[in-house]
Design a protein around this ligand. Sequence first.
Ligand SMILES: Cc1cc2nc3c(=O)[nH]c(=O)nc-3n(C[C@H](O)[C@H](O)[C@H](O)COP(=O)(O)O)c2cc1C
Length: 177
Amino acid sequence: MLNGDDNMDFMSRRSIRKYKNMPVEKEIIDELLKVAIIAPTGHNARACEFIVFENEKEVKKLIGIKKAGANFLETAQAGIAVVVNCDKAGTWIEDGSVAAYTIQLKAHEMGLGSCWLQLRDRFSPNDEPSDELFAKIVELPENYRVLCFIALGYADEEKAEYTDKDINLSKVHYNSF
Ligand SMILES: Cc1cc2nc3c(=O)[nH]c(=O)nc-3n(C[C@H](O)[C@H](O)[C@H](O)COP(=O)(O)O)c2cc1C
């Protein structure tokens, strides 16, 4: 039977792009990693791995990696990059995306804000591929690719929750398009 009261609060999850100057506890990061590690993967390949950026100073190494949509790196207090061994998983984009969003949902549940930093098919101000720059920064082995970086921190901005008005049911088709 449906019991909406037990659901995680999906309506209040928003991308947070401004964070308080407050470190993210290691215990919280550990909880995020646990759910990411058990997230579903194609063929149960389990090819995702995670690079933890433990504090503000580490996150700042990524500033300049991407020409737009990365301002939140200035205040993010931690982050988790999702990298995938592409030799092991044909579904590396799907696997990595599932893990990344699982991290975001768990972060929200634990009172943390997060934002996805797209690195694949994105470029630095000098037009270098953002994923290649990332690979150099973290010394990623050649057969691995980065899917994204999830920035983390305690929110220092108010974002409106989603409401029933945002739920556009015209997107739903039953039994055929
Ligand atoms: C695949 C993907 C890539 C994204 N890349 C970025 C990004 O590089 N920079 C950014 O500020 N937000 C990024 N976002 C966050 C989206 O902009 C955000 O989810 C969307 O605007 C909806 O807002 P909400 O998360 O608050 O519901 C990304 C989200 C996804 C799913």
